[in-house]
Design a protein around this ligand. Structure first.
Ligand code: NAD
Length: 509
């Protein structure tokens, strides 16, 4: 980590790859700029791995696998306990690196890192999680047990919006289960992943167990095509998630591919509107709306509810301060890139053209640096389901208010939407909340909780076009995803006790 910190200080350094505990630099490789989005300026460059570099990382992981797989889970957990302590000591450095390259507030970056640490905590209990199932005397003198074996070399491909937390959703569980790992983080904010890898060396993780290759689609495709990679966890936009799921499963790999979202908050007439406004402000505009669990639609039941919510939000938005993530007193940082800012601006224009009422126009607001990719919070009212701003994931600070007459109408909207990542209901009515959480077609549900991101000992995963695959990430689903069940049946017969052949199908009778 000290080496990486040094290299980050030199003018426009080029970040390489971390393979088998070494930083690998190949001057022949393509590079991409890494920006500080609050300044709109290049702060460093990152190497984009070729197929050959990816193959080197997979070879390192494949070599490390046999010994690591046979390392007792308690010994693996010991490394994670040390790693957890080292990570916590460097929490401020991680928050600073995340905030610089992503643009989110320092406190927000620290929050994402903390949620990642909680997954490392979970991985420390791996011996308990892998202990399997045992049945003595499944038949006369026969015992049987199920155990959960590692898959081999597994890979993770991660998005820009949580440069530490999303990788930490994957590799701690995968490695604790006995796999070796190759991570390809987003090329937009690669530093956090390299820092995560360097600390594993300090924790004495054997070389090759965790590797990071930086890169773009070429590196991602090389990982997906390498027959030695048994499983891939992908998190990113839905078109890529679907493509990764289809091509990966076609090639016989185990795949989980988490995609985009359009998360609705349903606000009932009996809700505490102050609580609603403060909750939705953070959930819609925190991290500039660049969260897969961000609330991007507020579905208000009844005209009066809509008027009160819209006016409360309008007031709160006007008092928001934009600025770089490290600036004290800021509420929202910039978007990740100039291209993404342009895309979000197009959506705002499309909403106006489609006839939605732009109650607050964030385009008029700038941050503390005119070159930064800032956009103020935008609030649309009278949005209807036929509009693009309702149907598509914008991934920016744009909140749509939709007005409906009843809870059934609201749930119909949520259920009919292509995405099904998260949703929430604000109400004081337990019966309505219970009905909503039981029936709604979404994977993660909040009741008066706007961002219902499951804690580490549960699992994270949406439904519909927000997740391709059967299992979510981390928690129990993570352990299942990174292991396969083997069931062993044993008998130790006394000599000659079963000499005659048995042609009937074996049973316990
Ligand atoms: P993205 O889809 O552009 O990129 C994700 C990753 O895929 C990056 O590492 C990228 O380099 C890689 N990639 C590029 N081309 C590829 C290819 N051909 N094959 C495989 N991988 C390829 O996403 P992004 O802009 O970095 O992140 C934002 C998106 O991620 C949003 O849609 C957001 O909703 C989603 N996201 C979802 C979750 C979730 O849990 N569902 C969490 C975080 C982010």
């Amino acid at each position: 980590m000290a080496r990486l910190a040094e290299s980050l200080k030199s003018p426009q350094p080029v970040l390489g790859h971390r393979i088998a505990g070494q930083m690998i630099h190949d001057p022949k490789l393509r590079t991409a700029p890494v920006f500080n989005p609050a300044q709109g300026a290049i702060v460093r460059r990152v190497s984009l791995a070729s197929k050959e570099i990816v193959a080197t990382a997979v070879t390192a992981a494949a070599r490390a696998y046999p010994d690591w797989r046979n390392t007792p889970p308690n010994k693996r957990a010991e490394i994670f306990v040390t790693y957890r302590r080292l990570l916590a000591l460097r929490a401020d450095a991680f928050a600073a690196a995340i905030s610089e390259e992503h643009g989110k507030l320092l406190a927000d970056a620290a929050g994402e890192f903390q949620r990642g640490l909680e997954i490392v905590d979970y991985a420390c209990g791996i011996a308990e999680l892998l202990k399997g199932d045992y049945s003595k005397n499944a038949g006369a003198g026969i015992d049987t047990w199920s155990e959960f074996q590692a898959l081999g070399v597994v890979a993770g491909i991660t998005p820009f919006n949580f440069p530490a937390m999303v990788p930490m959703w994957m590799y701690p569980i995968a490695i604790a289960c006995g796999n070796t790992f190759v991570l390809k983080p987003s090329e937009k904010d690669p530093s956090a992943s390299l820092m995560l890898a360097e600390l594993f060396d300090e924790a004495a993780l054997p070389a090759g167990v965790f590797n990071v290759v930086n890169g773009d689609s070429e590196a991602a495709t090389a990982l997906l095509e390498d027959p030695r990679v048994a499983a891939v966890s992908f998190v990113g936009s839905t078109p890529l998630a679907e493509q990764v799921y289809r091509s990966g499963t076609h090639a016989g790999k185990r795949i989980q591919a988490l995609g985009g979202a359009k998360n609705h908050a349903v606000i009932m007439p009996d809700a505490d509107i102050e609580l609603v406004v403060s909750g939705i402000m953070g959930a819609a505009f925190g991290s500039c709306g660049e969260r897969c669990m961000a609330i991007s639609v507020a579905v208000c039941v009844g005209k009066e509810t809509a008027e009160r919510v819209a006016s409360g939000l309008t007031k709160s938005i006007h008092s928001m301060r934009l600025g770089s993530g490290g600036q004290p007193g800021c509420d929202m940082g910039p978007l990740i890139s100039r291209q993404h800012l342009d895309k979000v601006l197009d959506y705002v224009a499309a909403g106006v053209t489609a006839g939605a009422t732009l109650l607050v126009d964030g385009r008029e607001k700038r941050g503390d640096n005119p070159s930064g990719y800032f956009l103020g919070a935008c609030l649309f009212d009278h949005v209807t389901p036929d509009m693009r701003i309702y149907q598509e994931e914008i991934f920016g600070p744009v909140l749509c208010v939709v007005r409906v007459e009843s809870l059934q109408d609201a749930m119909h909207l949520v259920d009919a939407h292509a995405y099904g990542n998260g949703t929430c209901i604000y109400t004081r009515d337990g019966e309505a909340a219970r009905y909503f959480s039981d029936h709604v077609q979404v994977g993660m549900v909040g009741i008066n909780v706007p961002l219902p991101v499951p804690v580490a000992n549960h699992s994270f995963g949406g439904w519909k076009r927000s997740l391709f695959g059967d299992l979510g990430v981390y928690g129990p689903d993570g352990v299942r995803f990174y292991t396969r069940r083997k069931t062993i049946t044993q008998r130790w017969p006394r000599p000659k006790s079963s000499a005659l052949p048995q042609f009937a199908f074996p049973s316990s009778k």
